[in-house]
Each structure stands twice: as C-alpha cells, then as structure tokens.
Design a protein around this ligand. Structure first.
Ligand code: NAD
Length: 307
C-alpha cells in the first residue's frame, strides 16, 4: 500500500515509517522539519518538506495515489499551546483538516489519527480511564486533538471516510522529543548525561502512563490494517510516578544522582492512566514492553547520542 505519514521525520512518525517500509509498504512522508530531523528519515521513503497547512497537499496526495494516511504531524507542546492557542489551532485544527481533505481527494481507504490519552481526559478518579470517560481537556492542545476526533466522525458520516483514532498515553523511546507528553524521560536522560542540575517538580508523585514507542508503532499499523471506526486508548494501564522514572534512568545510566525536588509546576496534571482493553478487542493490540526494559533502551540510546 502507498501510505502518507505526516510527521514522518519526528519521533513516533519516523519509527512508524521504518515499520511500514520493513513490511513492504511504500511511504510518502510529509513533514516541515519544525521538530522532526532529517537523520530520522528512512532513505527508502519519498520525503516532501512541506507544511500540512499547504493547499498543495491535496494535489500531492492525489497524484501520488495515497491509499492510507497516518496523521502524526502536530504542534506537540502543551505549554506552547497555552502560550499561543491561535498558532496551536492553525497547526492542529486547520492543518489536520487539510490532511483529511487530502485523504479524501486521493480516495484513501483508511485514516489513522494520533490523538492523546494524556491530555484529553484531564485529572479524573476513573483510572485506568476508558474511552467512554468524559473528555475534559484543559489545554488548547487537548482541545484541538478532541476537535479533530469530532471532525473525523463528521467526515465518516458525510463522506464515508474510514478512520481510527489512537489516543496515546505518554510515549517514550529512542529519538523522543523533550517537548512531547513524556518529555521528562528525555529531559532527565539528557541532564544526567551532560552533568547538568536536575530537580523533580514538586514531590514527584504525579503519575503518567508511559508507553514504549515500539508498542505505539504496532498500534498505528494495526489501526491502519483494521476496518473498525472509532477511538482506542494506547497505553499500559500502569501508573508510574516521576520519582520512579528518575530512578530507572539514573540506574540505567549509572549516573549516581541524588533525588532532588523543586517547586510544583502550576497547572500540571496530577494523574494519568488509560485503559487499553478496547484496542485489544478491536485490533488485537496490547502493550509488550515493560517500563524497565523500555527505559533501559531509551537511556542507552541517549547515551549513544551523547558520545
Ligand atoms: P514530534 O515533534 O517528534 O513529531 C511531530 C512531527 O510533525 C515532527 O517531525 C514535525 O517536524 C512535524 N510537524 C509539526 N508541525 C508540522 C506542520 N505544520 N507541517 C508539517 N509537519 C509538521 O512529536 P511526536 O511525539 O512524535 O508526536 C507525534 C504525534 O503524536 C503528534 O500528533 C502528537 O500530538 C501525538 N502524541 C504524542 C505523544 C507523546 O507522548 N509523544 C502523546 C500523545 C500524542
């Protein structure tokens, strides 16, 4: 199949492209390299340095005969979305609508969208949180992701677009971006390797559901191959606090750091953890990589970059 991957030069996107190519798909990458990196781009893919808001995207997808789309390109920084909600909406709402229109123009048979289980539910006592929980995103970033889920439903009803939404928990792994939702892993690893000061925000008991990038890639491919319509959480249903992440990275890098704490970050979500059983039912997916193993692989990747 010919698959267009937006954001294919980024963290999750580049791993997704590698997996598609490894199984024999043809890949068209659309990425403006705002956070993506040229060295992550698989040389077997066709790469276009292009913004997802560019109207020429529709013609490109049509000419290239795109059959499936995995849409990952986005402004990913929650704090930036708070500082500049208009830019966030231009990128994540208008840009995404342009990608959906391009998929329609090309007559693509399947559309997979990268949404968020980290930022869409907000703080809730219902954990692991199922897809049926009330979505109360409290950042422009979470709101734009939720909006596109609703637009996809509209495009399915009105235009017959077959789509799947993957709501990722906090994704970590080699090539990860410090601005992403699991940015703490990259930040801690880099500071330890550079010998820079490192303080855990507040008491470090804030929790997240950390899912390894390899597991997320399998979910992207499974969603592309399946034909259900709807939304699945992609996480582990395991809550881990920041103190644990600190110690796992410290041990993996043999950094010998002492745990130190700084001020609480105002407005930070306290907890997050998603129920992934629907993904298991609809597409036979389940997480496979344990946090210990995933953090080890990630920390070692950062160490290799540092040398
Ligand atoms: P990333 O920054 O590494 O990847 C995003 C890619 O999109 C980059 O290559 C960037 O250059 C590209 N891009 C951004 N704006 C663009 C634009 N206007 N036009 C063209 N290309 C553009 O981040 P990532 O962590 O790999 O995130 C991928 C997707 O997964 C995003 O949609 C993000 O919101 C979603 N997501 C990530 C996480 C996480 O923990 N990393 C969690 C939930 C959802």
């Amino acid at each position: 199949m010919k698959i267009m991957v937006t954001g294919g030069a980024g963290f999750i996107g580049s791993h997704t492209v590698d997996a598609l190519i490894a199984r024999g798909d043809e890949v068209l990458i659309v990425d403006n390299l705002v956070t993506g990196q040229r060295e992550f781009i698989n040389p077997a893919a066709d790469f276009r340095e292009m913004d997802i808001r560019d109207a020429a995207l529709r013609e490109l997808a049509k000419e290239e005969g795109v059959e499936g789309v995995i849409h990952l390109a986005a402004q990913i920084d929650v704090r930036k979305s708070v500082a500049d909600p208009i830019f966030d909406a231009q990128s994540n709402i208008l840009g995404s609508l342009n990608v959906i229109e391009a998929a329609l123009a090309a007559g693509a048979r399947r559309f997979v969208f990268a949404s968020t289980g980290g930022a869409i539910y907000g703080d809730t006592d219902e954990r692991p949180t199922p897809e049926t929980a009330l979505c109360q995103p409290c950042s422009p970033y979470g709101i734009t992701k939720f909006s596109i889920e609703k637009y996809l439903y509209y495009y399915q009803v009105q235009h017959g677009l077959s789509y799947a939404v993957n709501r990722y928990a906090n994704v970590y792994g080699p090539r990860q971006n410090p601005h992403g939702e699991a940015g703490v892993v990259a930040i801690f690893a880099q500071r330890m390797l550079r010998g820079e000061p490192l303080a855990i925000n507040g008491d470090g008991t804030q929790t997240r559901d950390y899912v390894f990038v390899g597991d997320v890639v399998r979910a992207n491919l499974a969603a592309l191959d399946a034909d259900y319509i709807g939304v699945c959480n992609i996480g582990t249903a395991v809550e881990s606090d920041v103190n644990r992440i600190f110690h796992l990275i410290n041990d993996a890098l043999e950094a010998g750091r002492e745990e130190t704490h700084g001020p609480v970050k105002p407005g930070e979500q306290k907890t997050s953890c998603v129920d992934w059983r629907l993904a298991s039912k609809l597409m036979g997916w389940k997480p496979q990589v344990s946090l210990d193993e995933g953090i080890r692989q990630t920390a070692h990747w950062f160490r290799d970059q540092h040398q």
